[in-house]
Design a protein around this ligand. Structure first.
Ligand code: NOJ
Length: 590
């Protein structure tokens, strides 16, 4: 039977009411024993997603690619990488999703292509190739060497010398990911055509990779400026210049008019260094080109700002920073745009290890973080394995890692910066992208955990023995069933979609509290980020310096429990309320 997808209502489009599940195909499910996840593998596992109740799947890239950056380097935008399957497998997957009422969003990677794309293969051979201008070229700097001082995301200069044409080309990521030249109208038409190719095949939208980097900060004389080196050794100095280029809004509006306006889609733009202003400009309900952005401010709070080691320079999270950041986005975009809500994806460590307690309270803290995230205004994203409470891995040997970013920083840190291997490994254990890329554990059976019958392309997280989809689906108290409940709640309760957000207890270092209000209904979300002091002690809420909280106490306000991760009574008074380790509680206030 065909299930219906979540409908739009007059005031609320479907993508605001949806919960999106991200699949990283390489690590999801391998159907043919080659150790690499594939499309038929995803099709086999769709009941897991249907049971979870998600509305939309975002598929990380499955296109033809040399896999220098696991598919974020595309050599043919209209075909499938053979290790993932065929176009027929894709059509079967899409049909099977639609039959379950699940929509499919593709990854659109058009800030750059692969250097093995036919365009670049031609462009790099001669300056008069029709494709030469699809990419970004520059002469050496006056004294020789790279044209600007920008550093690439995966280390080294963004400029690579191209012998046949005697010039440099720009790559903001690896040298196998040359940046596309959006100033060229023919290139833009190619992008719009490939988007139509997938939309006409039936897909329901796009997650757009680093989309706010497509407009480069060209000067009138056709050159690119050097970036100010803010601090000695400051990493990636070009990024600040390229994340909000002068023609960004214009390009995306053109894309909307020429493509997106003609289809019913979900669009989410990945936007490093996005500001609130950019968030509003790009997602405004009237003239925004996209539905929502992935902004990164909350992903940077546990790194030392401006440190030359970038995200690898660890710093404990101060909960008040998280409050300030998220509350700004929540308040500023209310009615002026739309937020995406995420704590994890294929580039980020596992939230339960990063923001929770994966040793003492793995289940409680995974559920608390889910409640915290899904309670906000915006469209929530669940990254594969998050619904199983998956945690980070700590491989001792760099040879067990696969990610280009991780391997590069290890080499640079140990060979060029004199960092001890164990020190950089500590950062990799905390922040490395492979934390998110270990295979989905479907069962507790060694050696492949139901992911593969072969040798997995990257080692499994050893936790699969107890923490796997089969075990969690069988346990009504599991993280999986808690996510299911949260997702169902979002569908049945408009306050979770439309309610106004307000932060409470801004100065509290341990409790993150906020309300959602719709009409005369108010929900209070209380989340305890911690195990108590001393460990295991319930934490009293001190709201003395918060006028709303004080007023509620004076009025004797009570609420009815909506959901929580510890057992508790139906009716709860705010006076004297304490929170157990990593407790989350949503109350509908009287
Ligand atoms: C962001 C993607 O999420 C990441 O995985 C990739 O390495 C870069 N963009 C480059 O495409």
């Amino acid at each position: 039977m065909t299930a219906s997808p979540t409908p739009s209502s007059p005031s609320t489009p479907w993508w605001k009411k949806s919960v999106v599940y991200q699949i990283y195909p390489r690590s999801f499910c391998d159907s043919n024993g080659d150790g690499i996840g594939d499309l038929p593998g995803i099709t086999q596992r769709l009941d897991h997603l249907a049971e979870l109740g998600v509305d939309v799947v975002w598929l990380s890239p499955i296109y033809k690619s040399p896999q220098d950056d696991n598919g974020y380097d595309i050599s043919d935008y209209r075909d499938i990488a053979p290790e993932f399957g065929t176009l027929a497998d894709f059509d079967a997957l899409l049909a099977a999703m639609h039959a379950r009422g699940i929509r499919l969003v593709m990854d659109l990677v058009v800030n750059h292509s692969s250097d093995e794309h036919a365009w670049f293969q031609s462009a790099r051979t001669r300056r008069d190739s029709p494709y030469h201008d699809y990419y970004i070229w520059a002469e050496p700097a006056p004294g020789g060497g790279p044209p600007t001082n920008w550093e690439a995301a995966f280390n080294g200069s963004v400029w690579e010398w191209n012998e046949p044409t005697g010039e440099y080309y720009l790559h903001m990521f690896s040298k196998k990911q040359p940046d596309l030249n959006w100033e060229n109208p023919a290139l833009r038409q190619e992008v719009y055509a490939l988007m139509r190719f997938w939309l006409d095949r039936g897909v329901d939208g796009f997650r757009m990779d680093v989309i706010n980097m497509i407009s480069k900060p060209w000067r009138a004389d056709g050159s690119l400026p050097d970036a100010p080196v803010v601090r000695e050794g400051f990493l990636q100095p070009g990024f600040a210049l390229t994340c909000n280029g002068p023609r960004l809004v214009e390009f995306l509006r053109e894309m909307r008019e020429q493509v997106l306006d003609h289809y019913d889609t979900l669009t989410v733009g990945e936007a490093p260094m996005a500001t609130i202003e950019q968030g509003i400009a790009l997602t405004h309900p009237e003239n925004g080109a996209l539905n929502m952005l992935f902004q990164f401010e909350h992903m940077d709070l546990d790194s030392q700002p401006g440190h030359s080691n970038g995200k690898w320079a660890l710093k404990p999270l101060d909960l008040r920073d998280l409050k300030t950041t998220l509350a700004r986005w929540q308040t500023a975009l209310d009615g002026q745009g739309w937020n995406s809500l995420y704590l994890s994806n294929h580039d980020q460590p596992r939230p339960v290890s990063r923001f929770g307690d994966d040793r003492r309270y793995p289940v409680e803290s995974a559920k608390m973080l889910a409640t915290w995230l899904h309670g906000h205004q915006g469209t929530p994203y669940v990254y594969q394995g998050e619904e199983l409470g998956m945690d980070n891995v700590a491989f001792d040997d760099i040879a067990d890692y696969r990610d280009i970013e991780t391997l590069n920083i290890y080499r640079v840190a140990t060979q060029e910066r004199g960092v001890a291997p164990r020190d950089i490994l500590r950062s990799i254990h905390a922040k490395g992208r492979d934390n998110a890329r270990t295979p989905m554990p479907w069962t507790g059976e060694a050696p492949g955990a139901g992911f593969t019958t072969g040798t997995p392309w990257i080692r499994l997280n050893p936790g699969f023995v107890r923490s796997n989809a089969q075990a969690l689906r069988a346990d009504p108290q599991s993280v999986f069933h808690y996510y299911r409940e949260l997702i169902a709640l979002r569908k049945s309760q408009p306050i979770l979609t439309d309610g106004r957000f307000e932060l409470l207890l801004a100065q509290d270092r341990h409790v993150y509290a906020y309300t959602r209000t719709l009409g005369d209904e108010t929900w209070l979300v209380l989340c305890h980020f911690g195990g108590g002091e001393p460990e295991g002690t319930p934490r009293a809420i001190d709201g003395a310096d918060d006028p709303t909280w004080s007023r509620w106490l004076a009025q004797g306000v009570q609420g009815t429990r909506v959901i929580g991760n510890w057992p508790g009574p139906e009716r709860v008074a705010l006076a004297g309320l304490t929170l157990r380790p990593w407790e989350a509680l949503i109350l509908a206030l009287d």
